[in-house]
Design a protein around this ligand. Sequence first.
Ligand code: DHB
Length: 302
Amino acid sequence: KTEVIIGKLRLKNPVLVASGTFGYGDELIGTVDISKLGGIVTKSLTLKPKIGNPPPRIAETPCGMLNSIGLANIGVDKFINEKLPILKNYDTAIIVNIAAKRVEDYCEIIRRLENAEGVSAYEINISCPNVKEGGLEFGTNPSMTAKIVSETRKLTDKTLIIKLTPNVTRISEFAKICKDEGADAVSLINTIVGMAIDIRTRKPKVATVTGGLSGPAIKPIALAKVFEVFQNVDIPIIGIGGITTWEDAIEFMIAGARAIQVGTANFIDPNASLQIISGIIRYCEENKIQDVNDIVGSIILE
Ligand code: DHB
């Protein structure tokens, strides 16, 4: 059995593609059999379309990727009119990621999506490192985090997932706030603030100077944060951070993640998630595990 339940959301398997790494899902239809995915987390949507930050916006580092996209996106209305009607034809969960500068904007985006058909759940981004407003100052502020969760919670019965930033001292304190204000789950981690310099030009490799670091470089950090939340807060966890192989996914599940998201690996192989799903199923068969949920939090501490 590979089914996973998070609040009211039923996933056919615990593997999701992470926000910002799979577009709105539709562009990959010819490349990936998206109906095999547990779900797709869309690129962050804002109330109005956004062109994002100036180039260069992406740099490679030895074991990760640095990006400063600045929430470039088509806006919620275009998503509802042009993307949801296509996605509805596929048997996978559509988890809409939302970003905003004001609490009221998060709320208005949810109101519009509640009137549309085909949204499975929401993931609230309170942790973008690359925008001046509505990014890290939300996700690093306990009272702002509480306010965003409590206000958005009033507007929907669908599963509400809050995406947390690792750029804080104790991520579990934020997870606790999310639980207390009624969130169904937390997803972690978002990217870590990072920087790279071209030594010939002496210029930063992304135009905004710093960007969000993702990929294998952040996996051990992400795993420690997932485990910190698992030990301290009773809320479903979606693990994210450098997951590239099925072994990585199993590590996150053993540390307490009920589901996982594959991000940077999609840029190397858009089918990475499907291989991870096959690997998880094989691991379960070989280890006589009847239900993937039995792996979750099965860590052994002597
Ligand atoms: C962006 C947003 C994020 O949440 C993140 O982790 C990295 C980049 C962005 O759009 O710039």
